[in-house]
Write a protein that binds this ligand. Structure first.
Ligand code: ADP
Ligand code: MG
Length: 622
């Protein structure tokens, strides 16, 4: 039992904390060992905070004491003691940190573990209630602490896991915190040295301060962070565990990038590309950005200056010896080092993605599916980076609509004499395949990239050329039909005079809605297509305007007709000016608008289609 002195004070835990303690005390979790990870992680936090304090403040208690963690075991008494030389706690901090603060975390933790099949042991540390996990193994716990502040008095906290805790004065003279644990009978294993060593190797090897057991002067732990460990020494399991611990993402990362370099800047980094854009409900990381360490000390939890915006989905840690230790966030931003770090990191991430594409197409495609839109955005926003991003782009095409092709693959498949990379912009991959703009390309078996993602139009602002090939929109492409291969006999055109009067009918009916009506030599299956008049803004920019501005008006287009199409042939046979002729002309125009994705009110077509159906049926029964 703890000593009680005259200044002893009783406090009651809050309801949520009581509930949490109750669960923990009666838990039979097989992962009880995580309590040690939590206590060591708290000790390490406290040591880190002290080290940070000492950068600017030398007026601390025991300024020369080694920053370390000592574990003591008394097997017979079933006692385990963990003592650190960290920042310590004052009386108020103790009440706040081990009594009050935890309640909101406790509430959330209870909610999270209630109906979710999540691993309790994975979660406990994440809600600011890690300390309480000690009650899975403890009959009672006493925390004694002496703050680094030379004026502070030592104080102790004692609890058995029931409703109250007790605060006492203490005569502990040295700086730091000591956690004494009376182990439950069924937790005696945690008073075995080999067992503790195992747990430390498993969960806490990378704590950056020496952990000593008993009188030994050899630290049990490796003491180097995973990102500072050489790649050859890190196992896949360790990468996975690290990713899980730092993000609480339940899915494995798609890719990890481990960087250690001395030039042009000294830098360690361990970066991960998650498998999903969406952060899960329990995700630990609440924002984009990387953790930035300077010589193992965390100086920024969410640094957004280390990678370009289009790689903001990357998670992980960056550590550089070149950053000055006493950096404030502002000086981090303004030091010329950041752009250099950013450059190294960006190049490396892109390089690793290229490798992934080469070595594991399936995984790369999964990456592309999730994050491709970010890269497209990158091309739009950072044309300077386009050259390095371009090889990472993937496309569906008219000839390979189900698989992802790179621009390089497209180029190797190009027909002889093809000098441009063709693309079509549209609303969705299925309907774009029916576009009249593709008639000619289908007939020539020419491959065309299908750009159906809204971001594609933005991407095109930064993607005009790849290697030696200009990108060309098929809606605009000038087509030289002189040496086309005729794989199907061409249908007879309508006689010139008839076609002329038909064009007049179209112009009369459509009036101001089109800038011209004329014949096309590149339509096969389609009746008509809408083409841009010379001087019109190009179609993908029209689309960008459409996405950005509500009031943007699509410029008037030219309606091009297929002079060999059976519908037009029959249309000239209709009585001139008849209602049926009129509505079919309307419909041809509106269908063209529709496939272009430009129709302002698609459902308005239904009424006319009904009229046409009625006419068709009447005609049949005549
Ligand atoms: P978290 O570590 O997520 O904040 P914990 O429940 O593990 O949550 O710890 C609660 C708080 O108790 C810590 O934030 C810290 O302020 C304080 N604390 C715990 N252990 C120590 C320690 N060894 N030294 C100093 N403060 C500590
Ligand atoms: Mg903790």
């Amino acid at each position: 039992m703890p000593d009680t002195t005259d200044s002893s004070q009783q406090f009651s835990f809050k309801a949520e904390t009581k509930q949490l303690l109750n669960i923990l005390i009666h838990s039979l979790y097989k992962d009880r060992e995580v309590f040690l990870r939590e206590l060591l992680s708290n000790a390490s936090d406290a040591l880190n905070r002290l080290r940070f304090e000492m950068v600017t403040n030398h007026n601390v208690l025991d300024a020369n004491a080694e920053l370390n963690i000592h574990i003591k075991i008394d097997k017979d008494a079933r006692m385990l003691t963990i003592q650190d030389t960290g920042i310590g706690m004052t009386r108020e901090e103790m009440i706040e940190n081990l009594g009050t603060i935890a309640q909101s975390g406790a509430r959330k933790f209870l909610d999270a573990t209630k109906d979710q099949k999540v691993e309790f042991s994975q979660l406990i540390g994440q809600f600011g209630v890690g300390f309480y996990s000690v009650f899975m193994v403890a009959e009672w716990v006493r925390v004694t602490s002496h703050s680094y502040n030379p004026q502070a008095e030592a104080v102790s906290w004692y609890a058995t896991g029931d409703d109250n805790y007790q605060i006492d004065k203490s005569n502990m003279s040295e700086r730091g915190t000591r956690v004494e644990i009376k182990l439950k009978e069924d937790a005696a294993e945690f008073a075995e040295e080999y067992r503790l060593k195992n747990i430390i190797h498993k969960h806490s090897d990378y704590i950056g301060f020496p952990i000593y057991i008993g009188d030994s002067t050899d630290a049990v732990n490796k003491q180097t962070s995973l990102w500072r460990t050489s790649k050859q020494e890190v196992t896949d399991e360790q990468y996975k565990e690290f990713y899980k611990q730092t993000t609480l993402d339940f899915e494995e990362a798609l890719l990890h990038v481990h960087i250690s370099t001395d030039a042009p800047v000294q830098l360690y980094a361990l970066l991960f590309i998650p498998s999903k854009v969406e952060r899960g409900v329990f995700a630990l990381r609440k924002d984009d950005g990387l953790k930035l360490y300077s010589r193992n000390i965390l100086i920024d939890d969410y640094n957004k200056d280390l990678l370009p915006d289009y790689l903001r989905f990357v998670q992980g840690v960056v550590d550089s010896e070149d950053l000055p230790l006493n950096v404030s966030r502002e000086t981090v931003q303004s030091s010329g080092l950041m752009p250099r770090l950013k450059k190294v990191l960006t190049n490396q991430v892109i390089k690793e993605l290229e490798n992934l594409a080469k070595n594991n197409m399936e995984k790369y495609n999964a990456f592309w599916q999730e994050f491709g839109v970010y890269l497209k955005q990158g091309i739009a926003a950072n044309p300077m980076d386009a050259e390095s991003i371009n090889p990472l782009l993937r496309f569906k095409t008219n000839l390979n609509p189900e698989t992802w092709s790179s621009l390089d693959e497209y180029i190797t498949r190009m027909g002889e004499g093809q000098k441009e990379i063709f693309y079509i912009v549209g609303e969705d991959p299925k309907s774009v395949l029916r576009s009249p703009h593709l008639d000619y390309f289908h007939s020539q078996k020419t491959e065309v990239l299908l750009l159906t993602d809204p971001m594609d139009s933005f991407m095109l602002m930064g993607l005009h050329k790849y290697k030696d090939f200009e990108l060309k929109n098929v809606a605009q492409a000038e087509i030289d039909t002189t040496n086309k291969t005729k794989d199907q006999p061409e249908a007879e055109n309508i006689a010139d005079a008839d076609f002329k009067s038909l064009v007049e009918r179209f112009k009369e009916i459509l009036g101001e809605r089109v800038s011209d009506v004329r014949a096309s030599n590149r339509l096969y299956q389609s009746v008509a297509r809408l083409a841009d008049a010379d001087g019109n803004v190009n179609p993908e920019l029209q689309r960008v305007y459409k996405y950005l501005g509500k009031d943007y008006e699509i410029p008037k287009k030219i309606l091009e007709l297929n002079p060999a199409h059976p519908i037009l042939k029959k249309l000239i046979n209709q009585e001139e000016g008849s209602e049926l002729q009129n509505i079919i002309i309307e419909q041809i125009y509106e269908s063209a608008l529709l496939v272009e994705g430009l129709h302002p009110d698609p459902s308005s077509i239904a009424a006319r289609v009904q009229q046409i159906m009625e006419a068709a049926l009447t005609h049949k029964t005549d």
